[in-house]
Design a protein around this ligand. Structure first.
Ligand code: PRX
Length: 635
């Protein structure tokens, strides 16, 4: 494929300038390097008031032809995916571009044989095995829309997501290995399936040999279905604006938001950013440690790397198994050149003795990446010094499920880096910092802080929230006129470099996972003894943030450790273990404004043990409750 890489800081500045002065010509030129069955009629149509964004309208393509077919001639024998199993004694799998092409086409026919057509929604609830990549690409091949649900989510979370997007099929595995544990995914699915009348077929990949209960007529084994399917599958002709996938993210109400990404713009955006941020060379081995169940895995394990003809590593396991040297063992073994992970992982590994790092040869590494949450100075230096040995640029990449692709980040080896700074916007990205009055803070050489918005569309912006365009408008386009609001706060230094300071809304990022406090409160409130609850984040040494729940119990119910456990369990069962509060404090009331709104600002301060200066409390209806909560605050 043609190379989209900028090579110098001067190139970057030139490209950035062009992307602002003539965005259409800029993206036109980039998009032309992909394989299209028909060229688009218009590059961009947009209106943030409606809101509506269309890129490459009228263009016809299939993203799998760009990720697979077009590489066959020149890269057919190149490794596309290296799969590293949970257990280091199990063999790694190397899958070439040609093999991946065959596997995807073959499984695409399984989907078709089971009644899946263009536009149908397919839920994938799978571990980090190559079959997940194969299933997602197979959906894209025939124009079905994949909705991947992270395999750590609970049954009710799966059911909710399946029903929200009317999925007709579920693809899963019988069991998954996670460190020393084995988790029965099929059992989770069976429970979810009691509440999902729309699912007609369940395809089950056997990851382990354990017997798997199957429901006659509905459940089918992956391998049995392959036996019945043809091997060749032509790519469905898709419009650039047809749906590629739905991916759920938390919102500040209890209901998750199904972000919708479309084929053309997403492909162009993820590929362009992948090549420019990471600056891969021909034989590099790139490893992003995220799970494919999150946007980072979609964009930077699968679509961006494969569209670029790169070798991408998929890891099934966890960083601490069989010991805390596992990541470094894999880097050494596979000679990884590009390593992309989350600050939470870095912090937890930095707490371990250095010999876990030093016993491995990390000299293959060229570039390090960070994503998902702000990286603190200490973690940045540990990563830079001990993993990169001071020789690898660290790219701190800021972006979101909604943005589809990296928005603010250094280009490796090109943009000067600065610890804790995501630095500069990528070409095509026009950030704005907004003040408390909702006005844009002018871009002068003063350091400033504000809420981060984006002024102009970029190709991979999510087009809507599935089934709820009104909510899309309210959440992202109603805070500031004619701008996309990110929900994040940011600081900009005198030279225009950005540092993301964190969420300014009711979302807490725990270990890089985006959690809406409303959904957790709803789960807690399900407990028969709970009247009301409020959940906030507080700083945590390893996880970045952890959750602190304030809980009001019914009269006569005594707080107890048992009750705490039950509440934590309820959250775990409803949303998954990642949403479990770290601390629970039983209180008699919550600080509320006269209009009944919980003053989370105060609760956040108390949870962080910063009770000296609670700010303005004059609008509180019940100031006495603050004293009570303070006196019970954990140290
Ligand atoms: O708060 C920002 C934080 O993660 C949020 C997006 O979460 P999600 O949609 O799950 O996507 C995560 C992976 C792209 C953002 O609103 N965030 C993401 N990257 C960074 C970050 N915060 C600071 N620095 C980053 N590099």
């Amino acid at each position: 494929m043609e190379n989209l890489q900028l090579r110098s800081f001067a190139d970057y500045k030139k490209a950035y300038k062009k992307s602002i002065t003539d965005p259409e010509a800029f993206w036109d030129e980039i998009a032309t390097t992909f394989k299209w069955q028909k060229k688009w009629d218009s590059t961009l149509e947009w209106d943030f008031e409606k809101p509506e964004v269309k890129w490459f309208k009228g263009g016809k393509l299939n993203i799998t032809e760009n990720c697979l077919d077009r590489h066959l001639e020149t890269l057919g024998n190149k490794t596309a995916i290296i799969w590293e199993p949970n257990d280091p004694d199990e063999e790694s799998r190397y899958i070439t571009y040609r093999q991946l092409f065959v596997k995807v086409s073959h499984f695409a026919n399984v989907l078709k044989n089971n009644g899946i057509k263009k536009g149908d929604k397919v839920c994938l609830y799978m571990p980090m095995i190559p079959e997940l990549a194969i299933a997602m690409l197979a959906c894209a091949r025939i124009g079905a829309v994949h909705s991947i649900v992270f395999a750590g989510f609970s049954s009710s979370a799966i059911a909710r997501r399946i029903n929200d997007s009317n999925c007709k099929m579920l693809v899963t595995a019988n069991e998954v290995y996670r460190g020393a544990k084995k988790v029965n995914l099929k059992e989770m699915c069976d429970k979810a399936l009691e509440e999902t009348p729309g699912i007609e077929t369940v395809i089950v990949y056997r990851r382990t040999v354990e017997p798997t209960p199957m429901k006659e007529g509905r459940d089918k084994f992956w391998f049995d279905e392959l036996q019945k399917a043809e091997k060749e599958c032509p790519a469905e002709v898709m419009d650039a604006e047809d749906l590629l996938f739905i991916l759920y993210t938390s919102g500040s109400t209890g209901k998750p938001k199904g972000m919708v990404h479309t084929v053309g713009g997403y492909m162009v955006g993820t590929t362009y950013t992948f090549q420019n941020v990471f600056q891969l060379e021909k034989d590099d081995v790139y490893w992003c440690t995220a799970d494919i169940g999150w946007i980072t895995g979609h964009s930077y394990i699968i679509y961006g790397p494969l569209a670029s003809g790169a070798t991408t590593v998929m890891f099934e396991g966890i960083p601490s198994y069989p010991d805390y040297g596992r990541f470094w063992d894999i880097v050494d073994k596979l000679k990884v050149t590009h390593f992309y992970t989350a600050p939470t992982a870095i912090r937890s590994l930095a707490k371990q003795p250095l010999n876990f790092v030093e016993s491995h040869d990390l000299s293959s590494l060229k570039v390090l990446g960070s994503v998902g949450e702000p990286i603190n100075e200490e973690a940045w230096h540990w990563y830079n010094d001990n993993i990169g040995k001071g020789n690898c640029p660290v790219v701190d990449t800021w972006w979101q499920t909604e943005t589809g692709a990296i928005m603010i980040s250094p280009l490796a080896g090109i943009t000067p880096t600065r610890p804790t700074f995501a630095t500069l916007p990528l070409p095509g990205v026009q950030p704005a910092l907004m003040d408390d009055q909702g006005e844009e803070i002018p871009n002068t050489s003063e350091p400033v802080e504000g809420r981060l918005a984006i002024k102009f569309p970029w190709p991979s912006i999510a087009r809507t929230i599935y089934g709820d365009h009104q909510r899309y408008k309210e959440v992202y386009f109603s805070t500031f006129k004619n701008k996309y609001f990110t929900g994040d706060g940011a600081y900009r230094d005198a030279t225009g470099n950005y540092r993301i300071t964190g969420r300014v809304d009711d979302i807490v990022i725990v270990s890089g996972h985006n959690l809406g406090t409303a959904a957790i409160e709803n789960a807690i409130d399900e407990h028969e003894h709970v009247v009301e609850s409020a959940v906030v984040g507080f700083p945590h040494e390893v996880k970045g943030n952890a959750l602190y729940a304030y809980v009001i119990l019914y009269n006569k119910v005594e707080p107890s450790e048992e009750l705490e456990k039950e509440i934590k369990n309820i959250v775990s069962q409803t949303l998954g273990p990642i949403a479990k509060p770290e601390k629970i404090q039983f209180v008699s009331g919550l600080p509320k404004t006269r209009s009944g709104k919980i003053m989370r600002r105060i609760l956040r301060k108390i949870a962080s043990n910063d009770t000296e200066n609670l700010g303005d409390t004059s609008t509180l209806l019940n100031p006495e409750v603050v004293e009570e909560i303070k006196s019970g605050a954990l140290n």
